[in-house]
Design a protein around this ligand. Structure first.
Ligand SMILES: Nc1ncnc2c1ncn2[C@@H]1O[C@H](COP(=O)(O)OP(=O)(O)OP(=O)(O)O)[C@@H](O)[C@H]1O
Ligand SMILES: [Mg+2]
Length: 321
């Protein structure tokens, strides 16, 4: 077990602007994200912790109402939190792309603005794609030195991270589809009316393609992005971690850290001795499988639930000392 008692201190030195925490449900992603964000903030970096979880819990852990506005965390210098909801993301997408979409659609159909945007915005994947765009913009704007992204449980987030590729393929299809329709209509002598629409719609599609390409590159860029996986030393934790790592590898997402949470340190009764023994087995497995490749960091199970700045700070010390 001693071999994997490392800390996260290299993360601070690496100066990755975006640090994303992933893992299955309930393993401690939010707890670790809060502790990492607090550490970064208190070592002098202007830090934003953001949650893309549909049921975010930053408000609970920081014991302050966070929500969709960037909210300063009291008693923690340099730390701001934000819970982004799908509705807000979709609203921002409409503000960003609404006018150009409407311009194109209204060149060949007389439809209501909101109807057009609700319809196009309802296309599968747009919301998730824009969530990534939104996060990328927050990082690129440079208002924060560090953005810590507390993600939703694995399945949801992986879907999000696969999206730029799916979206790119979808857009290639959309371009072909549009060109087919256009050539059909052209034959039907509608050219004059459609001339403007053709070029601007293709411009929009290629603009989206460019954006998707940028997002796909951004989430893989080791110079700016770091992924930390969180797991627990139990059979299910180990199995799911294997699957998540395979998925991250398949998409070229750079993972360098694996936090093993809920580790029982002191065992002074039969119950805890059994748990400790069970956990040792899985810690050994994880260590054999990933010890060479990742920094494995053990986080002890605390007797208290982790809420409020003082307890979060204690977790920071455990992770970074
Ligand atoms: N090391 C620990 N010691 C004690 N309690 C812990 C520890 N880590 C996490 N917890 C507790 O476990 C619960 C789940 O943790 P957390 O919310 O961080 O998990 P999560 O992975 O973000 O969950 P979700 O997938 O639902 O977002 C919380 O009540 C938290 O206080
Ligand atoms: Mg969480």
């Amino acid at each position: 077990m001693g071999a994997c008692k490392k800390s996260l201190s290299a993360i601070g030195k690496g100066r990755k602007r975006l640090v994303m925490l992933g893992g299955k449900g309930g393993v401690g992603k939010t707890t670790c994200a809060a502790a990492i964000a607090l550490y970064m903030a208190e070592t002098g970096r202007k830090t934003l912790i953001l949650s893309s979880d549909p049921t975010p819990s930053l408000s609970d852990i920081f014991e302050i109402s966070v929500g969709a506005q960037e909210t300063s965390i009291p008693n923690a210098s340099n730390l701001t939190a934000l819970e982004i909801s799908s509705e807000i993301v979709l609203q921002k997408w409409k503000e960003r792309f609404g006018p150009e979409i409407y311009e194109v659609v209204s060149s060949f159909a007389d439809l209501d603005y909101d109807f057009v945007l609700d319809y196009v915005g309802g296309a599968p994947g747009i919301e998730e794609e824009y969530m990534l765009y939104y996060i990328m913009e927050l990082v690129r704007e440079g208002r924060y030195d560090q953005v810590i992204w507390d993600s939703a449980p694995a399945g949801h987030t992986l879907q999000l991270l696969h999206l730029p590729d799916i979206f790119l393929r979808h857009l290639e299809g959309a371009t072909r589809f549009y060109l087919n329709i256009y050539s059909y209509l052209e034959r039907a002598k509608e050219v004059v009316k459609l001339q403007k629409g053709k070029s601007s719609l293709l411009d929009i599609i290629s603009g989206w393609q460019d954006l998707s390409g940028q997002i796909a590159a951004f989430i893989r860029d080791e110079r700016s992005t770091e992924y930390i996986l969180v797991t627990i030393p139990e059979a299910l934790g180990v199995k799911q971690t294997e699957r998540i790592i395979q998925d991250f590898d398949a998409h070229g997402l750079p993972v360098h850290y694996l936090i093993i949470n809920h580790v029982v340190e002191e065992a002074d009764c039969a119950f805890h001795r059994m748990r400790k023994e069970m956990q040792s087995h899985y810690i050994r497995l994880l260590s054999e499988e990933y010890g060479e490749r990742f920094q494995l960091v053990l986080l002890p199970l605390s007797p208290n639930e982790i809420k409020g700045i003082e307890r979060i700070r204690r977790v920071s010390h455990l992770l970074f000392s």
